[in-house]
Structure formats: C-alpha cells, structure tokens
Design a protein around this ligand. Structure first.
Ligand SMILES: [Zn+2]
Length: 171
C-alpha cells in the first residue's frame, strides 16, 4: 500500500498465511506487493515479517497472537471466504480497489506485468482472444498473458460489491 505520510512514501508489503492464497493473488492484481508460500511454516513466516517492514495477514488466531507477542505487525483477517477476507483487508488498509494493469503484479507469481503487443502473445492465447482483444499484458517473470476478458469483468464486479460493503460497514 502506498501512503503519503508527512511527505514520506511508505510502502506496505503484505505477507499472507497459507489460508489466504486467494487474497494474496487479489492484492497483487490490485498493485500491492504480496508474498505467499504454502511451503513456509508459521515460525519462518514470523521471522520474515519480524525482520522487515512487512505486515502479516492471517486467518489463524494463534499465529496472530504469537505475532503480537513478538511485536510483529499483523492483522487478523475476518471472513471465511475470499470475498469477506478481501473486504476485511481492504477496509483495514484502505486499499485502492481498482485494477490498473500498469500497476498490477502477476497474481500467479508476483512478477511485474508489462504491456505486450499482439504479435508477442500470438501462440500463447487462443485465436479468438487474439482477434477479439487489442490490449495484452504479460508477466515479466512467468510469462503469463493477461487481457481484459470475461474474467476481468467479473473481477470488477467483485470489487464493486466489496466497495459497497465497505460503505455499509465503515469502521
Ligand atoms: Zn507471473
């Protein structure tokens, strides 16, 4: 999260626990740096956050309490499904709930995304997609190709629902 505090740019980096993989992918899409690794145990997650400016996002109350005890920045995420979880994080950190591919990170790997020419992605997307869309983006790290298709529209609907919920449930 980018915040301008007294003229100083503060960047919040999120570290998600094993239960928040989907939230992590959404955070990346929204342009936030978010880390997620199913293979990491609680202790190494805590160490990772402890020695950095990151914030731990967790659904695990025990892990949350351990983090607080150690003075690790942590947020206990509410909700059992990803929709409520994203709402919980968005409300707490006042996230910008807009997808701008120029700022997005790859949901799959967290890599930077850049605009790509149609000829570049030919062969990596279906012919009908290639004919139908003009704008494409590609992950500079894993190579995944993105475009503003049906998935894009449904993601924007999710974000609109979350924005309405935040308006109805201010802190
Ligand atoms: Zn990627």
């Amino acid at each position: 999260m980018l915040q301008l505090l007294c003229g100083v740019l503060v960047i919040t980096l999120f570290v998600c626990d094993a239960m928040l993989g989907r939230v992590c992918r959404w955070l990346r899409l929204l342009g936030y740096v978010a880390y997620y690794d199913l293979g990491r145990d609680d202790e190494s997650l805590l160490e990772m956050v402890e020695t950095s400016e990151r914030v731990l996002l967790t659904r695990d109350l025990n892990l949350y309490r351990r983090a607080l005890k150690r003075g690790v920045r942590a947020f206990y995420v509410e909700g059992d499904d990803f929709y409520d979880q994203l709402w919980s994080v968005a409300r707490e950190f006042k996230l910008r709930l807009e997808i701008d591919p120029e700022r997005s990170f790859c949901p799959r790997c967290g890599g930077k995304i850049r605009g790509a020419r149609r000829e570049e992605v030919a062969g990596f997307v279906s012919l009908s997609t290639l004919e139908r869309y003009e704008e494409f983006w590609v992950c500079t790290s894993c190579g995944k190709v993105y475009w503003k298709g049906a998935m894009w529209r449904s993601m924007n609907r999710v974000l609109e629902k979350i924005k309405s919920k935040i308006l109805l449930t201010p802190r």
